[in-house]
Design a protein around this ligand. Structure first.
Ligand code: ARG
Length: 416
């Protein structure tokens, strides 16, 4: 009987290098797949290493364009932040990696896919469920969940089998990076009281060390997607890379998140996500001026649900797709310009405008106002407040606030 074949998501690190050899010893043929989501590492070396360690074939795929187009952009339009803090870089990358694993598995006639995730994290959930959604016939093998080796055991195993131990092992941190952000965990960061040491940051400067002069960036959006930077049309990858650089130079996009993993573990994560935070902020500013009030309020609820689902590994799911149908419909008028001011770790909206903005100066102004019928406000409020008035009249005062205790006992009353 011929050996079963698996396509392994291969990063070139210790876990997945050991995994190639370990799977081989379990009787599998291993095809390695490395996907470039903008991490900027030497992928030729990674590809060579896969073969050297025992893969029967090794692929390297540039996934940057589909990553932004099919995963990041919909999430940007949605305005998704997990637990109001995390722009979901890793969580958005996993379903794309899973989809590419499935596609290569089909081409290779493989029986399954494999990944190097541990049983403690979110990433295993994302790979497993995405694979189930796209190719339920494929099996998923996760060696790290099975082999019961500690970090030191793995290093020992690598030495015994002539597997090169990557230099990145000298770092105590576990890092995952793509265009949408960089995540850092482990080491001293596991103490949530410990301030992150300067060395964990690679994309952003310390805000205190940022330039004294602010920088401005102007972003143009079409249907909720960024299309130009400072008036110059640019492609998605270049736009995100540029914003990561400019944002990073000004210390924008550092996040220290004590987050809830799906598996019920609380974990302390540091993120660097300058482009993501700038784009989300600018997009929000444009929605502020273009979305009707009720749409904006409801969309917030959708964004929270979306973020939770993406975080929890449910990218490929009927509800997430249906939510996107709603989001896409809301974006038809989210076109226009936003100017951001970057200064010492902080970005603020300096201006926003849109051809179809719902903001109308003549309505909002406290200056001369001829169009607005001030007298109509009284009648409107009378009806709007009718329910409260009725409840008060029928059921008594509505508030637990004790009016008797509100004023100071020694209140002075002055008379002429
Ligand atoms: N906590 C983040 C998430 O679940 C980041 C995970 C980073 N993954 C990693 N293998 N280092 O999305």
């Amino acid at each position: 009987m011929s050996r079963e074949k698996l396509v392994l998501a291969y990063s070139g690190g210790l876990d997945t290098s050991v995994a190639i050899r370990w799977l081989k010893d379990q009787g599998y043929e291993v095809v390695a797949l490395t996907i470039d989501l903008g991490e900027n590492k030497d992928l030729d070396t990674v590809q060579q290493r896969a073969l050297q360690v025992g893969a029967v074939a090794a692929y390297v795929v540039d996934g940057k364009v589909p990553f932004l187009r099919d995963f990041v952009w919909p999430s940007l339009q949605t305005g998704a932040l997990y637990e109001k803090e995390y722009p979901l870089a890793t969580a958005l990358g996993r379903p794309l990696i899973a989809a590419m694993l499935v596609q290569i598995a089909r081409r290779e006639g493989a029986q399954g896919i494999a990944h190097g995730c541990t049983g403690k994290g979110n990433d295993q959930v994302r790979f497993d469920i995405a694979t189930a959604a796209l190719a339920p016939e494929l099996k998923v093998v996760a060696p790290v969940r099975e082999w019961g080796m500690s970090r030191d055991d793995e290093i020992e195993y690598a030495r015994q089998h002539g597997i090169p131990v990557p230099a990145s092992l000298e770092s105590p941190y576990s890092v995952d990076a793509n265009l949408w952000g960089r995540s850092i965990e482990a080491g001293v960061l596991e103490d949530p009281w410990a301030e992150p040491p300067a060395e964990v940051y690679e994309w952003t400067v310390d805000p205190a060390q940022a330039p004294e002069a602010p920088a401005y960036v102007e972003l143009s959006f079409q249907d909720g997607l960024p299309v130009a930077l400072d008036g110059r049309r640019t492609n998605a990858v270049e736009l995100v890379e540029t914003l990561n650089r400019i944002g990073g130079e000004h210390g924008v996009g550092r996040i220290d998140h004590l987050e809830n993993r799906l598996v019920g573990i609380k974990s302390r994560e540091i993120y660097e996500a300058p482009a993501a935070m700038l784009l989300l902020q600018a997009h929000q500013a444009l929605e502020d001026i273009t979305l009707p009030k009720d749409v904006a309020r409801f969309k917030d609820v959708v964004a929270q649900q979306w973020a939770q689902m993406v975080y929890d590994g449910l990218w490929f799911s009927p509800l997430r797709e249906a939510l996107y149908a709603f989001v896409a419909h809301t974006q038809r008028h989210v076109s226009g310009e936003v100017r951001l001011k970057l200064y010492k770790g902080h970005a603020s909206v300096a201006g926003r405008k849109a051809p179809e903005q719902l903001y109308r100066m003549e309505l909002a102004t406290y200056g001369r106002g001829d169009e607005f019928d001030q007298a109509a406000a009284a009648g409107f409020i009378k009806l709007f407040g009718m329910g409260v008035r009725t409840a008060s009249e029928v059921q008594g005062k509505l508030s637990s606030l004790d009016l008797e205790k509100l004023l100071p006992a020694d209140l002075k009353r002055l008379t002429p």
